[in-house]
Design a protein around this ligand. Structure first.
Ligand code: GRF
Length: 207
C-alpha cells in the first residue's frame, strides 16, 4: 500500500513562484507530499491567490511586533490543518525560536545563494544578487536548508549552481537562480519527507 502523502504548510510573503513549483510537483499523485495550507504574513500577495487557484486553504496571519505571538497564531493554523512540515518560500520574517523548536527538523527554507555565502540577516531578495555581483564571484545558485534558530545557518539539504555572467544584472542573475529554485525545492522536499535526508544525521555530522 502507498504511504500517505506528507502534509506541507507553505509560508509566503510575496509572489509565490516557489509555492507554485511545489503545487505543480504535487499534482503528480506519485509525489510524496501535498500542500494542505498556505500562510502569508501580509494580505494581498500573489502567493495567496496561487493557493486559492489550486484549491488550497490560504490564510493571512498578520505579523506581530512580538514574534512569539505570531508563532503561536501560526502554529494554531498549522495544527488545524494537521501540517507536518513547514516550507518557507519567500517568507520574509524570522520565526520565533520557540516555534522553530516546536517544529524542530521539520522546517525548510530556500535561499537564493550558495550558503553559507551571501546569507544571514538582511540578505534577501535582490540584495543577495547585488552582493554576489559586487563580490565578483563566478558562480552562484540556491540552497534548501533546515531552519534552525540561527538565520540561514541550518543544515543544507540540497544546492544547485548557476554561472554568474559578466553582463549580468541582479535581475538576470535572479531569473537564472529562480529557475533552479523551482526545480530544487520540490526535489529537496521529496528527499526530506521520504527520509532520504534526515535533519538529525546532518546536524550530527556538523558537530
Ligand atoms: C526566492 O528567491 C527565494 O529563494 C527567497 O525569496 C524568493 C521568493 O520568491 N527566499 P517567490 O515568492 O517564491 O517567487
Amino acid at each position: 500500500m502507498k504511504r500517505p502523502r506528507a502534509r506541507l504548510a507553505v509560508l509566503v510573503s510575496g509572489k509565490g513562484t516557489n509555492l507554485q513549483a511545489i503545487l505543480d510537483a504535487s499534482r503528480d499523485p506519485d509525489y510524496p507530499a501535498e500542500v494542505v495550507v498556505v500562510v502569508s504574513d501580509r494580505p494581498g500577495v500573489y502567493g495567496l491567490e496561487r493557493a486559492r487557484q489550486a484549491g488550497v486553504p490560504a490564510y493571512v496571519v498578520p505579523w506581530r511586533r512580538d514574534p512569539k505571538e505570531f508563532g503561536v497564531r501560526l502554529a494554531e493554523v498549522l495544527e488545524r490543518h494537521r501540517a507536518q512540515w513547514v516550507c518557507l518560500a519567500g517568507f520574509l520574517r524570522i520565526l520565533d525560536p520557540e516555534f522553530v523548536e516546536r517544529y524542530r527538523g521539520r522546517i525548510l527554507n530556500i535561499h537564493p545563494s550558495l550558503l553559507p555565502a551571501f546569507g544571514g540577516k538582511g540578505m534577501y531578495g535582490e540584495r543577495v544578487h547585488q552582493a554576489v555581483l559586487q563580490a565578483g564571484v563566478r558562480e552562484s545558485g540556491c540552497t534548501v536548508h533546515f531552519v534552525t534558530a540561527e538565520v540561514d545557518a541550518g543544515p543544507v539539504v540540497a544546492q544547485a549552481r548557476v554561472p554568474v555572467l559578466p553582463e549580468d544584472t541582479a535581475e538576470t542573475l535572479a531569473a537564472r537562480v529562480a529557475e533552479q529554485e523551482h526545480r530544487l525545492y520540490p526535489e529537496a522536499i521529496r528527499r526530506v519527507v521520504t527520509g532520504e535526508v534526515r535533519f538529525e544525521e546532518l546536524a550530527q555530522s556538523r558537530r
